[in-house]
Every structure is written in structure tokens, then in C-alpha cells.
Design a protein around this ligand. Structure first.
Ligand code: TRP
Length: 446
């Protein structure tokens, strides 16, 4: 297949598309509950270190491959490998990415369905004046209702796949561009509100006081996995977006802008959520329900709370929508590359992901005690293994390919940061990022 001639309409459009992929449930839902389960500051600081040393350089590697190949991930990898005299089997890395995003999207859609439910409930004013106990019980009742959860999961899958099928994600990107500043504003309002609660001081100390003694292997593994997840790196999904990157745009600069926006959302939502947690004497390690219980409590105390809560869930939904489109894209592009029509590819992917998502739905009711590995039910499994294991392995292979396998001239051109910038990036990937992932992964295995 030949190079694609399609391009994002501007440098800004490219940054927006990548930010759309990056900012999502990872920042607002996953980051706080992972931080809570992993003891606070240690996880937070490790996560930031991994974003800088690993996430950013590998993100550049991933986008650079797409930009140099200007094809679907599988085809770009095969083409660049052949051009460099390496094995065309590198293209199977694209398939590994497809497997990874398949499982991630299956639970992503279920949890995004929770946002739909909570959007509707806040419009109905269900949380107004609710006590923390009532708000907590409300969430558990919802989880125990597989029909309601399936309905929302189905709706979210339809939303995602219809945009992917129509190939109109650009339109959504623009809408996102318009509304994301509002999400930042709301998060800032929440964080300011947090400063007035008596849990704020405890939350800040808990989030930001380093405690080296709390570093354990599982905290390190979780922090590394989350750095990949939140930046959308390691599954060739950004590689697909890189193929449309305009000429004459410095990749490091674009990627740095995205990372700042991404980490900022996580920090703001962490501050807001943990202030509520400590004000209410809740357990920070409460798990995946954390955001869905704390934020309604926080908004319930603000004037006009129900309205703001509804707006918040609407914006969150929009942010997750652009992320899920990014998750679906490599699967649809790969089927399309195999000769299927776009609409049919989207339908096929949608149905398959939806069906596997049902296992996550049932993990909160009928299948709660069906354990797949150790103590993990399906939802636990699918929110852990693809993120903490598949993404780092994918990221490692992507880094090796970009820094050691493909031709240096092609990589330098695609990075577009001058010869000095290229040498710095390559040294960082070769001698810091790659050894770091290898060491962490190996210590995780043994
Ligand atoms: N980064 C998104 C979030 O934080 C999730 C996501 C979108 C993702 N595309 C991805 C994760 C590709 C891994 C790979 O919500």
C-alpha cells in the first residue's frame, strides 16, 4: 500500500487529536483510584518520573514511526523494517497493539457507560442533598444491576463506533477543542473548592510528601503501566495518528504540550477527589468506584451542584469518547488494510469488543467471584494485565524499533527536531527508556 496523503489540517489539529486520545478516564477515573490503592505520593511521583523518562520518549518513538511510514501501523512497521534491511516480521507488533487496545476498549466502554448513567442521574437531581452513605449505596446498587450497565455500555459502544465508521472523528476533535477548556475550568473550580474542605491539608501531604520506604514492586509496575495508559502509548494507536502528522512540526514540542495538559488533569482531579476522601473519612483505596462516589459528594455541597455535576459528566463523556475513538482506530484500520470496508470493519470491531465487555459488566454481579488469575475476576484482569504488561512490552518494542532498527535518517526526519535534538532523543531512548522498561518488566516477572 502507498503512503497516505491525508494530513491533520494544522499543527494545532494534530496536538488536539493526540490530547483527545490522551485525556480521558485514565486521568479522572483511573489515576485517582490507582493512587489511592498504591498509597499516594509514592505512586504519584513514580508515575511522573515514568512519564518523563519513559512515556514521553516512547510517545515520540511511536508517533515518529507512523509519520515516517505514513501507513497503517502494521504496514508502516513492515515497510520501514524492509527499508532498513530488517525482518518484515516487525509488522506483527501492529497486531500485538490491536490485541492490547481490544481488551482495553472492552472495559473502557463499560466504565464510560457509568459516566452516561451518572450524567442522567445528575440531570434528574438524584444526588442533590444526598448523604455520602446514600451516594455510596447508589453506586453499589448500580453495579449490581447488569441490565442497566449493559444498556449504558451498549450506548457508548454505538456512540464510538458510529463516529469511527463514518470517519468523522475530526468533527468530534473540533467539538472537543471547544469544550475541553471548560473541563479544565470545572476541575480548577473543584480544586479550589477542595482547598476550603478540612481534608485538603491531609490530601496534599498524602499526595506530595515523598516516602521512599513505600516503594514496592507492585507500586512501580502500576505506575509504569499507568504512565503508558494515560499517554495512550504502547499499543500503536498513536502510531496511526502519526501517519497524518503534517510536515514541518517538531514532534518533541507537540508531545510535551500534550503531556503537560494530560498530567495537569490528573493532578487537579487527584487534589479534588482526595480532599473529599479525607474530609469524609473515606478509604483512599476504595478502588474503581472512587470517582463516582467522591465527586457527587463534592458537587452536592456546591451551590447548583446537580447542574455542575451534569456538566462535568457530559465533559468527561466527551473526553472519553475521543479516547475510545483512538482505541478503536488501529483495529478498524487493520481490518480495512486487510480489504474490508470501513463501515463493516467498524461493525465487526464494535460487536466483538461489546461482547467481551459484557464479561466486565457481569464482574460486578453474577460473575463477581469467577476468578481468572489468582483472586482477579474478569474486570480486575482486564484493567490490569493489558495496561501493566501489554502496554510496556509494546512500548519497549516500539522504542527498540525506532531507536535501533529503522534508519537513522528516516527517524531524524520524522522527529523534526534537528540533529542535536535527534541525538538527545535517541540516547535517552537507547540508554534510559529501554533499560528502564526491561528492568521493571523483568523484576515483575521474577
Ligand atoms: N489515554 C486514554 C485515557 O487516559 C486511554 C487511551 C486512549 C489509551 N488511547 C489509548 C490507552 C491507546 C492505551 C493505548 O483515558
Amino acid at each position: 500500500m502507498n503512503e497516505t496523503l491525508e494530513r491533520w489540517s494544522s499543527r494545532r489539529a494534530f496536538i488536539l487529536a493526540v490530547t483527545g486520545a490522551a485525556v480521558g478516564l485514565g486521568n479522572i477515573w483511573r489515576f485517582p483510584y490507582m493512587t489511592g490503592e498504591n498509597g499516594g505520593s509514592t505512586f504519584l511521583l513514580l508515575y511522573i518520573a515514568f512519564v518523563l523518562l519513559l512515556g514521553l520518549p516512547v510517545m515520540m518513538a511511536e508517533i515518529l514511526i507512523g509519520r515516517a511510514g505514513r501507513r497503517s501501523p502494521m504496514q508502516s512497521l513492515g515497510h520501514l523494517a524492509r527499508a532498513a534491511g530488517a525482518s518484515p516480521h516487525w509488522r506483527w507488533l501492529g497486531v500485538f497493539g490491536v490485541i492490547t487496545v481490544f481488551f482495553i476498549l472492552s472495559f473502557y466502554s463499560v466504565v464510560s457507560g457509568w459516566s452516561i448513567e451518572y450524567l442522567v442521574e445528575s440531570i434528574n437531581g438524584n444526588f442533590a442533598g444526598g448523604t455520602p452513605q446514600a451516594i455510596g449505596a447508589n453506586f453499589n446498587d448500580f453495579l449490581a444491576d447488569p441490565l442497566r450497565m449493559t444498556f449504558n455500555h451498549t450506548l457508548f459502544m454505538l456512540l464510538t463506533m458510529s463516529v469511527v465508521a463514518a470517519g468523522i472523528s475530526g468533527g468530534l476533535e473540533k467539538l472537543n477543542n471547544l469544550l475541553m477548556p471548560l473541563l479544565y475550568l470545572l476541575l480548577i473550580v473543584l480544586a479550589v473548592y477542595a482547598t476550603t474542605t478540612h481534608g485538603f491539608g491531609t490530601a496534599m501531604a498524602w499526595l506530595f510528601t515523598p516516602d521512599a520506604s513505600a516503594i514496592t514492586l507492585s507500586v512501580v509496575l502500576n505506575a509504569m503501566g499507568h504512565a503508558f495508559f494515560t499517554l495512550a502509548v504502547g499499543a500503536c494507536a498513536l502510531m496511526a495518528y502519526g501517519a497524518y502528522m503534517p510536515d514541518h512540526q517538531s514532534l518533541p514540542r507537540a508531545v510535551a504540550a500534550v503531556a503537560v495538559l494530560d498530567v495537569l488533569v490528573a493532578l487537579l482531579s487527584g487534589i479534588a477527589i482526595f480532599s473529599v476522601v479525607f474530609s469524609q473519612g473515606m478509604d483512599p483505596g476504595e478502588g474503581p468506584g472512587l470517582m463516582f462516589v467522591t465527586l457527587p459528594i463534592a458537587f452536592a455541597e456546591l451551590p447548583g451542584g446537580s447542574l455542575w455535576l451534569a456538566i462535568f459528566f457530559l465533559l468527561l463523556l466527551l473526553a472519553t469518547w475521543t479516547s475510545s475513538i483512538n482505541l478503536a482506530e488501529p483495529m478498524v484500520a487493520t481490518l480495512q488494510g486487510a480489504g474490508l470496508k470501513r463501515g463493516r470493519s467498524a461493525a465487526l470491531v464494535g460487536v466483538a469488543v461489546w461482547a467481551v465487555g459484557l464479561l466486565s459488566v457481569l464482574s460486578f454481579s453474577t460473575m463477581a467471584d469467577v476468578h481468572w488469575i489468582g483472586e482477579m475476576n474478569f474486570f480486575d484482569l482486564v484493567t490490569t494485565v493489558p495496561t501493566d504488561f501489554f502496554l510496556p512490552v509494546g512500548g519497549l518494542l516500539i522504542a527498540i524499533f525506532a531507536a535501533w532498527v529503522m534508519s537513522a535518517e528516516a527517524a531524524e526526519r520524522a522527529l523534526d527536531a534537528g540533529p542535536g535534538g535527534f541525538r538527545t532523543w535517541r540516547a535517552l531512548v537507547r540508554y534510559v527508556s529501554i533499560p528502564l522498561v526491561v528492568v521493571v518488566l523483568l523484576s515483575g516477572l521474577f
